[in-house]
Design a protein around this ligand. Sequence first.
Ligand code: NOJ
Length: 536
Amino acid sequence: MKEIQTEKYKWWQKEIVYQIYPRSYKDNNGDGIGDLPGIIEKLDHIKDLGVKVVWISPIYPSPMADFGYDVSDYTGIHPMFGTMEDFNSLLEEIHKREMKLILDFVPNHSSNMHEWFLDSRSSKNNPKRDWYIWKDPAPDGGPPTNWGSVFGGSGWEYDKETNQYYYHAFLKEQPDLNWRNPEVQEAMFNVLRFWLDKGVDGFRVDVMWHLIKDAQFRDNPPNPNYTEDYSPYDKHLQTYTTDQPEVHDIVEKMRSVIDEFDERLLIGEIYLPVEQLVEYYGKDNRGAHLPFNFQLVLLPWDAREIEAAINNYEGALPPGGWPNWVLGNHDNSRIATRVGVKQARIAAMMLLTLRGTPTIYYGDEIGMEDVPIAPDQVQDPQEKNIPGKGLNRDPERTPMQWDSSENAGFTSGKPWLPLMENYKELNVEKEWDSEESIISFYRKLIALRQKEPALQIGKYRPVLTTGNLLAYIRSSEEKKIFVILNLGDSGEAMETNVPFSKAIILASTHAGREGKNLEGTVQLESNEGLIAEIKE
Ligand code: NOJ
């Protein structure tokens, strides 16, 4: 019975995803930037954590205007990261460990140095002209619409050679491809096939909700909630630039390419309200397998808000749509900085006990925090273009802290971003054998999740509670597991009734709780969370 139940589920439903930002994982050639041989060297770290799915941010040739999210060759490897042979070894080493490799796919825009764009910009008659989004100037000679760039300023760049503008949702070095053009679609689908043929297990698709823009090029309406604290991009609602109805046809086609191969995975990076997000599962789940759910990254750390969000998400999922949860990534402040180092353990417990595939951002397993970046150290183009609004993404992209040696064992050279001062204390080597460390806590939670079908694939049921507490039950046919988390860090303990007569504690943030019984009520200290198996 048990086996039948487990087989119903795909690897990407049962396993945990781990995101590597390759510039910052492990540098093996001493240039201060991480590389593929470095990742190979550290695969056992990921395996020993209990995680099987590795997603690596872009490793393709790129002028690095947006650190690899500006691709100049979709089927190559940037020499800074290694060679195609290194990539082949990485894939082989991953599969040898029965792990999976997910690549980042950046279809919305290429680099302005991609040969497609060089051709496209060369003349109005070039066969590749329509591969990008070109438009005549407005009657006053200015940009054709009011569409902005996420990284500041107009989204339109004037090209005097041909007296037209091209659209770029991000940097001007990242021109948007024209996904309405069938040749673009086919060329990009062949990119997917190239990697799938090699044996890559799936893709995380960059800004999936951006792929199609309004065919009529209408101006975006003003955002009534805009204030000066926001990025200038938020002055307008993205009514005509993102989440267009036709994007779902593209996603469905992408999925069909994925389905030409066995058991591969399509993840979509989508920042949208839940009702729109779940549309990306597609009609009859023929869209993305996992439209990334960023609510734990974006919501205030408040038990009632998070409870409402979980319930709303669970309720909004289409039949057969598999949930997922993300706690951090290379675009957002790290969890330990957002909620504090103690609450970071509560966050880990939540991530690893909610229903759906969890994604861990590298370094969060050792409790890495955002690293302060001095003005002369800034690398991120977003901060350079829109300074002083707290938009710098460098703090969460700093080198992985492996050990107490110089540069935390990341590089023998000069790291491309500074390391946290605390790396001598906070690193993989130091934490691994200490029972109290956050990495040991992560390992315990991961092992528990992977051993208990109730946590891995079981049902979710909310449990009514109050204040800073968040509680729910996960259940399989054999077991019911109760999770209760105190999202407060004020020092105040909280007590609540429990909806069963007896349970045994399986894991806790606090020492000495495991193996104890819960009966009638439970008291949680601030920053305390526990997982218990319901017995009666
Ligand atoms: C989303 C990526 O995660 C981010 O890092 C990048 O800057 C933009 N897309 C543009 O590709």
